[in-house]
Design a protein around this ligand. Structure first.
Ligand code: NAD
Length: 337
């Protein structure tokens, strides 16, 4: 797999595929991992590491403080390179801490979940949750390097693995028809963690996201397309208390609702609509949720209000044809029910 680079405004991100025994970059000043990924830290680097408890509830200021405290203890300077080894939580926090330390030192991300390989580690959004709001505090600070080793996925729980595949389906729908066909034809290889297949889908996703972010780092226009399925999905996660549906399962449910909205609006043809649902079914996702439509709609409105806007939806008319628009409430009730 070849290495390549993206240009995100004044930042450059190099993408490398690597082996388990060659996981770390040449300069590693400080490693951040969590208890589930700390096994990837070489013994000689343990002293220079911060190992955080796993999970979204630790995506907070306290963890950032731990990382920055370690950097001070190690007497690091502005030439330091912070290395994050973990899922989206660790990647977001390591890059956030790096963006703050000495007003910005370099950061290498080694994503270890499907979601972080395909999505979270690339594109520069960093941050922590704050006062019950997800990702409320953060910076735009793309990693200097992304090092991908698909072998790290072998220890990931199946449900987490599948959660990230939702983002692969989304990326394919948005911008890569070859990937969409690959997903249709290679289910067993992907779910069986066949290295070649994993590298193919992750590499494809990185290229889709990288291209979009190169065009719109600060999400002023087309970067919003990456939220396909997320408006509905986040509301489902909120209403069901983040327990019943994983993030990816919420996104897939949301993609289903977005496709049904497009059908109600008469803007998508039957063939593409059926194709999307057949891929969703192929990977065994649930397409139905027993939820109160009013609660979902209110959650979507509240979420948007917090972000100072009105609810707009990312919809598709055909593969790789995406638009953003408001949707009448009666249609929302129909597609949620
Ligand atoms: N910055 C962005 O653009 C962006 C995009 C999407 C999501 N995100 C963020 O990503 C986060 C979600 O990321 P996630 O789904 O990777 O969750 P996560 O980081 O919480 O990881 C999920 C679980 O898997 C464990 N884990 C990670 N790698 C493992 C491995 N190889 N083997 C065994 N266990 C492993 C973790 O310890 C954790 O318990 C959210 O906080 C979200 O806001 C950021």
């Amino acid at each position: 797999m070849s290495n390549y680079e993206f240009n995100f405004g004044q930042f450059k991100t190099k993408v490398s595929f690597c082996e388990l025994d060659n996981l770390l970059p040449q300069t590693t000043s400080l490693i951040v991992a969590d208890e589930n990924t700390s096994y990837l830290i070489p013994d000689e680097m343990k002293e220079s590491s911060v190992i955080l408890p796993p999970g979204e509830i630790y995506k907070d200021w306290k963890s950032i403080e731990k990382i920055l405290t370690k950097a001070v203890e190690l007497e690091l300077g502005r030439d330091a390179n912070f290395v994050g080894i973990g899922g989206g939580v660790i990647c977001d926090m390591t890059a956030f801490a790096a963006s703050l330390f000495m007003r910005g030192c370099s950061v290498t991300l080694i994503p270890t979940t499907t979601l972080s390989m395909c999505d979270a580690a690339l594109g520069g959004k960093t941050g922590v949750d704050f006062k019950d709001y997800k990702n409320l505090v953060g910076t735009f600070y793309p990693a200097t390097e992304l090092r991908i080793c698909v072998d790290t996925l072998k220890t990931l729980e199946k449900r987490e693995f599948l959660s990230g595949i939702a983002e692969v389906i989304k990326s394919a729908m948005l911008a890569d028809n070859e990937l969409l066909t690959y997903l249709e034809n290679n289910r067993d290889n992907i779910l069986g963690l066949k290295r070649e297949s994993l590298e193919f889908i992750i590499n494809s996703c990185i290229k889709v996201k990288g291209k979009i972010v190169e065009a719109d780092l600060y999400e002023r226009s087309i970067r919003a397309h990456l939220n396909l399925g997320h408006t509905f999905g986040h509301a489902l996660e909120t209403v069901t208390g983040f327990a019943d549906f994983s993030h990816g399962e919420g996104v897939i449910w949301g993609i289903g609702r977005a496709m049904e909205t497009s059908r109600e609006l008469g803007i998508v043809n039957r063939e593409y609509y059926d194709r999307v649902f057949s891929i969703i079914n192929l990977y065994g996702y649930r397409t139905k949720a027993n939820v109160d439509a009013t609660k979902i709609i209110n959650a979507m409105k509240l979420d948007k209000k917090k972000k100072g806007g009105i609810v707009k939806f990312i919809l598709q008319t055909a593969p790789q044809e995406t638009l953003i628009r408001e949707v009448p409430e009666d249609i929302l009730y129909k597609v949620i029910n």
